[in-house]
Design a protein around this ligand. Sequence first.
Ligand code: DC
Length: 220
Amino acid sequence: MARSIAIDGPAGAGKSTIARKVAQELGFIYVDTGAMYRAMALYMLKKGVGADESDKIVSSCKEADITIKHENNEQVVYLNGENVNGLIRTEEVGNMTSAISVNKAVREKLVELQQDLAKTTDVVMDGRDIGTVVLPNANLKVYLTASSRVRAERRYKELVAKNVECNLDEIEKDIIDRDYRDMHRDLSPLRQADDATLLDSSDMTIEEVKDKIIELYKGA
Ligand code: DC
């Protein structure tokens, strides 16, 4: 039976950095489910489907073949055979992802893919609904959060390092709005699973969070 760790939480809590490190230490595969939603959104954008055209989203979602592979320890997302890792991190794709991830057909298709992966492979999977919907029987569930200010400061530093002009208060406002949308959507809203451990990374280093998760997993 394959083993699994589910990590959920709001945007900017450090899920992907930490999930990747935990996976590396345990020899598990890291699965970034947000990247799958992003690849689906990219397909819709390429086809010219509008964010509010739910019928077209349902029909196009059936045509999008999304697969993930692991190459040199990195997850690579293929959309109809094309490696799209370099195309899914834009603002435009991010906004479309947020719109299409409320669609039932999109979620059903991607959740099935995620569950299939976890059947045969030891995984650390991160997202919004992993502990609640995708892997209800995960060996360990973590709900990773941090204050909106700390998350905004982390994002601000990343953008400044890339020479992008930005404003800390505006970033924090975007984060608060996005949290609200993720937590209040009808389908699979972001919430802590009843049996998940809450970790607040506001005053913890990446290493401390990683070590805590490994400790929790070993004790589980
Ligand atoms: O984690 P991320 O920023 O790459 O996620 C992109 C979007 O996908 C975000 O708006 C939430 C959505 N998402 C989701 O609904 N369910 C998941 N399991 C993962 C991401």
